[in-house]
Design a protein around this ligand. Sequence first.
Ligand code: SAM
Length: 286
Amino acid sequence: MQKGTLYIVATPIGNLEDITLRAIRILREVGLIAAEDTRRTRILLDAYGIDTSLTSLHDRNELKKSAHLITRLNDGTDIAYVSDAGTPGISDPGYVFVKQAIAEDIRVVPIPGPVAAVAALNVSGLPMDSFVFFAFLPSRSGKRRHLLESVRGETKTMVFYESPNRLVSTLKDIGEILGDRQIAVSRELTKIYEETLRGSVGEVIESLQGKKVKGEITLVVSGAATTRPGVSPEEIRTRFQEARKDPASSTRDIIDTLSEETDMPRKEIYRHVIDFIQEESDNGSY
Ligand code: SAM
């Protein structure tokens, strides 16, 4: 008998329209949907007129329930797994189920869609070509500070999930340990009260003064500066401005040359150059 397929299906992180056509079809066609919270998933299924049977698989029963569902898959039933919101396994259950399915030689198929971390990166205004995702920071200040100490040298943009109650104390820890970095705090993405606060840690803390933070929060923090001593952003700007006087040089050529001369990655020079051009355009001089 042919085994069933396990589909790992991403669902909206707020706005019910953020679901793919394929996800809707798969949820409709499978024999069973395993969900982190069946009541919550029922709301989504009702919105799309899907009446597939539901069963629960959450972090407290994942080991046992996965084993049971593997039997169903081995018997030929196609199963979709959905978590409460976004992509299963990302700060959500799913990993154990996928691992067990792979061990049983069951086909596992992703049905990609929303991830809060990626949505927040998209609107952060911080480099998003590569990033490090840390999921939730430890809730206790001691452990949180310890983790932050360990990432002080991280040069990639960092993304954290955070509870609204802890946001301000986490930001204070970040300010003290990582410095007054540029950050973006995204709240309630894709929902009615969606907002993103951008600025330095100090500026964002100030803008939150006296306010009660509510809703789901994703925090994006810029990586540590990688500019080597002697090749400061100001120096790159000066060299860029100088090189630009030659009308035969394109921005791309200048970036290539600066990258060679400074031994800095092209990507990093490009970022600085984009910042300068943006500043000039904001000041009306470009
Ligand atoms: N699996 C989900 C994903 O793919 O993003 C993450 C689940 S995790 C249990 C929930 C956390 O994700 C929230 O506490 C918050 O930090 C973040 N999050 C989820 N939805 C969000 C939203 N609409 N706006 C901002 N952050 C969100």
